[in-house]
Design a protein around this ligand. Structure first.
Ligand code: ADP
Length: 636
């Protein structure tokens, strides 16, 4: 088909274009970064496809990007010798947005132009950023391997539609020509373009070429001027940043590289760059981001590490390179040993990959340990001191998954965890801090899990701990219950849920208290037997406890049982949870409990006692209406 076709942009593209052209002009220059990045991706794709089909290089093996301009026609062209586009690909890729991220992008726009401009890159609307400076864009392309007659020209003024037309095109790859707006004349300058390339695209591993400039004397007495020569020169470093020695890379360059690979506009909290030698050789450049993406909670979310083999890009999101709980890490791994045609399946089985994964995991953990150390380091700047807290607020809950996933490192992970506690509102208590503050005679690290901090803090199960001044960790992350199952002790001290089993408080009670408790239990025995009978359908057992001070009763589960909270969570998530029959613990000193003996309402009181204990820990009575009726009857 050779005649011109006019097609409409997908509605979302049109909306986006409107936005791009009408509100994003405070940081115009990023369009060049986006287009060069697309050109570089196109070259990476060619290199990758050519691994199986060398003919794709045709007779032009060079992969490069050429940036040129023409002052007279006011055009700026970014041309690459990459994979190119077929006509259908031009229609699909430049006329629609395949990614669901775009709507998210629209929603995130803040009205702050600088921030919004950063978002353009983050959400992969890169190509359209050309319209920030151009009122018309012409793309000419031919897919590598296709005949010259299958070239395509794509043109759009950035409004509702675009045109495509078949053209002859000898060279493969894509050239994007921007017809610059009146107010974008700045970009018709070698100096200006070079400085933008230097700022954003220096680390691109392909050469970026521009025409040389030379001085041309004026005729007669007129002054001379700089004119473009026919010769081209490389204007970037053209070596992948991670292959350079550390000492040659500035912090700004590391940060800029991070922004490019992560599409995150905020600087990372930390990075580590190493060349690892030994039985497996690789380079790792790993970053800890400062904030979590929206889909962090999804364990299937794409991993953040790109895999290269000997500088050749192999794949994004190489999930085999780090365990799932470190999915927030971004970066690049460049292996010297893996075969170039490695597949995702192969990665899972490779011994080299296993070594890379172990090494990278250790590296990330030690980065985190360094951040945590700075938190307490007098000499550290305020900014550095705040970093671990920042990290933890964003990724702490994800890190906890490591307890169940990475047994080899669980001790190191446990040291990195932070919790709120009965003495601290914020999640800032390390297990080691807790241990250092343990009371004489205290034998365990106590914790409670609940849906909210308030529910945890007010739980009746904490009463005796409060009375005795014993700190209890308050855990409210969804993952806590599961994760803590995998942490039975920390540094030799057992971890003990206060909602599980009979808490061993004997060592914490003084002689008088012990004696009183024993006597109370003895005296209560007949009532206890009746209670057990009355509640036999609901409670696994009923027993006397010393853990309550102000409350009449509370529920606990047996040591081996699943906690009530976890069972509820599973149920909410639509999963089958085993029936959890809790143990009712009663406080024989409480007036309500004392009232039981001799009461004509014994059965109703027993039910109320149980249901209230359930309510207090965030559950719901099995038959709420019956509960209300019983309470009302007593009130009247
Ligand atoms: P992204 O690059 O994030 O996918 P863009 O809007 O920048 O989003 O580009 C959309 C698509 O157009 C790309 O995914 C790619 O398939 C295609 N594309 C853009 N520029 C080029 C190019 N120079 N060569 C080949 N394909 C390109």
């Amino acid at each position: 088909m050779s005649q011109k076709q006019t097609l409409s942009f997908q509605a979302e593209v049109a909306q986006l274009l409107h936005l791009v052209t009408h509100s994003l002009y405070s940081n115009k220059e990023i369009f060049l970064r986006e287009l060069i990045s697309n050109a570089s991706d196109a070259c990476d794709k060619l290199r990758f496809e050519a691994l199986d089909n060398n003919a794709l290089y045709e007779d032009a093996p060079n992969l490069e990007v050429r940036v040129s301009f023409d002052k007279d026609s006011r055009t700026l062209t970014i041309a690459d010798s990459g994979i190119g586009l077929s006509q259908q690909e031009a229609i699909d890729n430049l006329g629609t947005i395949a990614k669901s991220g775009t709507r998210e992008f629209m929603g995130k726009l803040s009205g702050d132009q600088k921030q919004d401009a950063q978002l353009i890159g983050q959400f992969g609307v890169g190509f359209y950023s050309g319209f920030i400076v151009a009122d018309k864009i012409t793309v000419e392309s031919r897919r590598a391997g296709a005949p010259a007659s299958e070239g395509v020209q794509w043109t759009s003024g950035g409004a509702g539609d675009f045109e495509v037309e078949a053209i002859e095109r000898a060279q493969r790859g894509t050239s994007v020509t921007l017809h610059l707006r009146e107010d974008a004349s700045d970009y018709l300058s070698t100096w200006k373009l070079k400085s933008i390339i230097n700022k954003y695209s220096d680390h691109i591993s392909l050469p970026i070429l521009m025409r040389k400039e030379e001085w041309k004397e004026g005729e007669d007495d007129k002054g001379g001027e700089m004119v473009l020569a026919d010769e081209w020169e490389t204007v970037n470093q053209a070596s992948a940043l991670w292959t350079r020695p550390k000492k040659d890379v500035t912090p700004e360059q590391y940060q800029e590289f991070y922004k490019q690979i992560s599409h995150d506009h905020e600087a990372p909290l930390a990075w580590a760059h190493n060349r690892v030698e030994g039985s497996t050789e690789y380079i790792q450049l790993l970053y800890i981001p400062a904030h979590a993406p929206m889909d962090m909670w999804n364990r299937d979310k794409a991993a953040g590490v790109k895999l290269y083999v000997k500088r050749v890009f192999i794949m994004d999101e190489a999930e085999a390179l780090l365990p799932v709980y470190l999915r927030f890490v971004k970066g690049v791994i460049d292996s010297a040993d893996l075969p170039l045609n490695v597949s995702r399946e192969l990665l899972q089985e490779s011994r080299d990959v296993k070594a890379i994964r172990d090494g990278s995991t250790k590296r990330v953990l030690s980065m985190l340990e360094d951040l945590a150390k700075a938190e307490k380091d007098e000499a550290a700047s305020d900014e550095d001191k705040a970093k671990y807290g920042k990290f933890y607020a964003e990724f702490g809950a994800v890190l906890k998954e490591g307890l169940g996933e990475d047994f080899a490192n669980s001790e190191r992970i446990a040291k990195l965890l932070r919790f709120a506690s009965t003495t601290s509102d914020t999640a800032s208590v390390a297990l080691a801090d807790y241990k250092a503050r343990m009371k004489e005679g205290q034998e365990a690290i106590y914790f409670i899990t609940a849906d909210t901090l308030a529910a945890a803090r007010n739980s009746p199960q904490l009463e005796v701990f409060r009375k005795k001044g014993i700190e209890v960790l308050l855990m409210t992350d969804r993952v806590d219950e599961w994760a803590l199952n995998h942490l039975s002790e920390f540094d030799g001290t057992p971890m003990q849920s206060v909602a599980k089993g009979a808490v061993q408080l004997d060592t914490l009670l003084d002689e008088g208290e012990k004696k009183a408790a024993e006597e109370a239990a003895e005296a209560f025995k007949p009532v206890l037997a009746r209670l057990k009978e009355a509640l036999k359908d609901k409670a696994e057992d009923v027993r006397v406890t010393t853990r309550l001070v102000d409350s009449p009763a509370c529920l606990v589960v047996t040591d081996s049982g699943m906690s009530m909270q976890l069972a509820r969570m599973l149920k909410q998530a639509g999963q089958k949870a085993p029936e959890v029959k809790p143990v009712l613990e009663v406080n024989p000193e409480h007036p309500l409990v004392k009232k039981l003996e001799g009461s004509v309402h014994f059965h109703d009181l027993a039910q109320i006692l149980f249901d209230q204990a359930l309510l207090a820990e965030g559950g719901l009575p099995e038959d709420p209406a019956a509960y209300v009726k019983r309470v009302n009857a007593l009130l009247i």
